[in-house]
Unconditional design. Structure first.
Length: 369
């Protein structure tokens, strides 16, 4: 019996489609070239950054949030409803937060004075901030593994170490033979150009490399929420769409242009063991240079230490994350009927994938009708 749905890629986008496929009663097979997920889905902050999105991404993030809350209980992984704390260190950053709160209301954005922040690590120049209470936090390494196990227990077949060499109508060709399929989801992230190069070129897909670090929490501090900074205000669409965000960008470009040169989004989360994940930078290319610049790493670590009001940070691990980037937030393409190529091309896969997947499978169902 051939499977109803074959999914290429066991990262969070592929898993999200498998979760929704199971909900619809579909027979699902997931293919992945590795023996477990090792890409962007496990190399990120584990930050379900709902509130800072805008437009369709915000709608998908809100829908995904509901699925994350449900899955945490069903699949048995830890999820913290701890929100996000956005720290402001200049008057224009405070203005961004005030404007954002005016647009979204107190349910989504709660303005805080410095003495209300209740945060154990604060630089002297932090003026205040805002709590985004809808945001969630998971350990991506734990959550992705648990979701895959939960799916397997519900009959989803995982064929690991099986690379896909071609996708044709009704057939997926792999290094272990051909597999028939009623419908196919190709969710290989930035590697779509390895399988469908013309489609990737048309969509403008490139790779974005991040530099990230796991550091010891200074003084063993417990950090509940995810933490964003003024640099985040010029990256996330909800914040960047406020009138004062342009003033923040202009000021940073005058005073600290090197931060924008490396595409820094200064933020952090805390892992279950207490370590802090800090980062990150953004470098874009179709083919990334394999050599890493130590000066960039040092810049990120210095800025993170300054934000936390400490002299330095002790690095425990460091890594490069790579995700798909394109001019739009999402790539959903149909190279032929009953096949969809799906990628989150803006670095918000953990935030939106569980909202995106049902819309894609609805569209595929229309093909079958």
């Amino acid at each position: 019996m051939k499977p109803t749905l074959v999914i290429v890629g066991a990262g969070i986008v592929g898993l999200a489609h498998a979760v929704d496929g199971v909900r619809r009663g579909m027979r699902v097979v997931v293919l992945d070239r590795d023996e477990r997920a090792v890409g962007a889905s496990v190399r990120n902050f584990g930050h379900i950054c709902v509130t800072a999105q805008d437009g369709p991404a915000l709608d998908l993030a809100l829908a995904a949030r509901r699925t994350w809350l449900r899955l945490a209980g069903e699949a048995g992984f830890r999820l913290a409803e701890s929100g996000t704390l956005v720290l402001a260190r200049a008057d224009d950053e405070l203005a961004v937060l005030a404007e954002f709160a005016g647009r979204r209301g107190e349910d989504q954005v709660r303005l805080l004075r410095r003495d209300e922040l209740a945060f154990p690590l604060l630089a002297d120049d932090v003026l205040g901030g805002a709590l985004l209470p809808l945001d969630l936090r998971v350990d991506p390494r734990e959550a992705v593994r648990a979701i895959a196990a939960w799916l397997a227990a519900r009959g989803v077949q995982f064929r690991w170490r099986t690379a896909v060499t071609g996708v044709e109508p009704g057939v997926v060709r792999t290094t272990r033979g051909a597999l028939g399929a009623d419908a196919v989801i190709v969710a290989v992230g930035h590697d779509v150009d390895r399988l469908l190069p013309d489609l990737a070129d048309e969509a403008g897909v490139r790779r974005c490399r991040l530099r990230m670090f796991e550091v010891a929490a200074p003084n063993g501090a417990t950090v509940g929420p995810a933490v964003l900074s003024g640099l985040s205000m010029v990256r996330y669409a909800g914040l960047a769409g406020t009138p004062s965000a342009a003033h923040v960008r202009d000021r940073i470009s005058r005073e600290r242009p090197e931060l924008l040169d490396v595409g820094m989004n200064l933020m952090l989360t805390q892992r279950p063991g207490g370590e802090l994940v800090v980062g990150d930078t953004h470098h874009y290319a179709t083919t990334l240079d394999p050599f890493l610049d130590e000066d960039t790493d040092a810049l990120v670590l210095r800025e993170a230490a300054r934000l936390l009001g400490v002299r330095s940070l002790a690095v425990r691990r460091r890594w490069s994350g790579v995700y798909a980037s394109a001019p739009t937030d999402f790539l959903v393409a149909a190279p032929h009927p009953a096949t969809r190529v799906v990628a989150v091309t803006s670095g918000i896969g953990m935030t939106t994938a569980f909202g995106l997947a049902p819309t894609v499978l609805d569209d595929l169902a229309g093909d079958h009708r």
